[in-house]
Design a protein around this ligand. Structure first.
Ligand SMILES: [Zn+2]
Length: 476
């Protein structure tokens, strides 16, 4: 880090000198750089390389939860594919959690108006990391709440020994208006923190209404975050429709549920981030990183979350190679491990590369599916974003002309790097349908439209190419 302080004034001066903002402060790229970017864009739109790799990850390998044989196979697969392209590949080792799903069933066994001898089936899935019920399940009354406030008001007297159901709706209007990420963050709080809040008041188990934007009666999994100060009670998610039914029945009288969740937490397993470099010709030590996360939840095949991001990053290296381009700075693919239930991949990388952070020029990740590309979002200084603005003109013809600043770090795996000052960026795309399938059994390959994946690859590859070849590094 010694160099840092000495370099900063120089960087600033050289940015001013070579970016040559005109009176209107517009940065312009040199004709050769513009030509390379145009070739990359066109090649991305014509290639099925990324889609074929995504198909292999989805169909041949399948769900890739940390610690699973499929996750290990996916590490080998991406490494082999990148070696075949001629990239320098290394596996950066790390230990990951190994949680495996067990039986998961639920039924209402007592409720108002029940037909004698009948029960009502409830569609449920265990949240990642959940503790188990006994093998034959637990039977208890359900207490429905719509907020943490309501839970607190009910207090120990009305929560002790019960199954708490957090019936908190996902704001679909917000998602339809293009703010699905915000809608997700509002609702996901209960998935993460609900179980421990309920356990604090003595609950026997905790359920959330699935965090998702569509009504296909699908439970959505995702991680639960237990507090170290409370008992780890079984935690699941029920389909939105089932949450509504339970809520309605509970307003008529006591509702009893039998809940069976038998997941297991096994010892941590050795795994890896896959790192593949196309070495820079002028500044090989300077890294422009393209990435997605290789692990996925286990219910679907991890196509939108996040095989698509890995495919875009693989496609970026493949296009550079195929066009015979030689980057000035190193273009690095990272296929992250363990985004979904620990973020150990992102944290390990930031820690292991801590001495070379000034050489991590830009970190790009896509972890939002592959809907129609709209542009990109960047967590960086305005003067750094200004250096990437000409990409908007290049990407506008495919509808991806947005270049937006993000106040917060973007994407989970590259957040530790951004918190240490590394500029970050992500492709921005249409996410209105993303949370229909997110973390469900329906996260499968058919949800990715080949043309839209190509558009996103065009965004990722041109963004990386610009950062790898501009005369100056992005200021921070
Ligand atoms: Zn993801």
């Amino acid at each position: 880090m010694k160099k840092t302080t000495a370099l900063l004034p120089l960087l600033f001066l050289s940015l001013r000198a070579s970016a040559q903002p005109a009176a209107d402060k517009t940065v312009r790229y040199s004709p050769p750089l513009t030509e390379e970017l145009t070739r990359l864009r066109e090649a991305a739109l014509a290639s099925d390389y990324g889609y074929r790799r995504l198909a292999h990850l989805s169909h041949n390998i399948g769900p890739r939860l940390s610690g699973s044989p499929q996750a290990a196979k996916a590490v080998e697969y991406v490494a082999a594919e990148m070696r075949a392209l001629g990239a320098e590949v290394s596996l950066e080792r790390l230990m990951v959690p190994h949680w495996v799903r067990g039986a998961e069933t639920a039924e209402l066994v007592e409720y108002a108006g029940q037909a004698a001898g009948s029960t009502q089936k409830i569609l449920v899935t265990a949240l990642g990391g959940s503790a188990a019920t006994q093998a034959d399940g637990l039977t208890a009354e359900v207490a429905v709440v719509c907020s943490m406030d309501e839970l607190r008001k009910l207090g120990k007297g009305k929560i002790q020994g019960k199954i708490v159901l957090f019936d908190v709706k996902f704001d679909k209007s917000m998602a339809e208006a293009g703010y699905s990420g915000d809608a997700y963050h509002q609702a996901v709080f209960y998935r993460a923190a609900g179980a421990s809040a309920a356990a604090r008041l003595g609950a026997a188990a905790s359920l959330v209404r699935s965090v998702g934007s569509a009504d296909f009666r699908l439970p959505h999994t995702g991680a639960v975050n237990y507090s170290s100060e409370t008992a780890r009670i079984p935690a699941g998610a029920v389909a939105a429709e089932d949450a509504e039914m339970i809520s309605d029945l509970a307003s008529q009288g006591p509702v009893k549920m039998r809940l069976v969740l038998t997941p297991q937490t096994l010892p941590d397993v050795a795994s890896a981030n896959v790192v593949a470099d196309l070495r820079g010709t002028e500044h090989p030590e300077q890294i422009v990183l393209v990435s997605g996360h290789l692990d996925s939840w286990d219910l679907g095949t991890g196509s939108i979350d996040d095989g698509a991001g890995v495919a875009m990053a693989m496609q970026t290296l493949q296009l550079i190679k195929r066009l015979g381009l030689k980057p000035k700075r190193t273009v690095r693919l990272v296929a992250w491990m363990n985004e979904e239930n620990g973020n150990r991949g992102g944290e390990t990388y930031a820690r292991d590369h801590n001495d070379g952070l000034m050489n991590q020029i830009l970190a790009i990740e896509s972890d939002n599916g592959a809907g129609h590309a709209l542009g990109f979002m960047a967590h960086m200084k305005p003067e750094a974003l200004a250096m990437l603005k000409p990409l908007s003109e290049l990407l506008a013809p495919i509808g991806a002309g947005i270049a937006k600043h993000s106040e917060e770090p973007v994407e989970v795996d590259i957040t530790p790097l951004q918190e240490l000052g590394v500029p970050g960026a992500m492709p921005l795309n249409d996410r209105r349908a993303y949370f229909h399938y997110h973390h469900t059994a329906a996260d499968t390959l058919d949800k990715v439209v080949p043309r839209e994946l190509q558009e996103n690859s065009a965004v990722m590859s041109t963004l990386a190419w610009a950062a790898a070849n501009l005369p100056d590094v992005l200021p921070r």
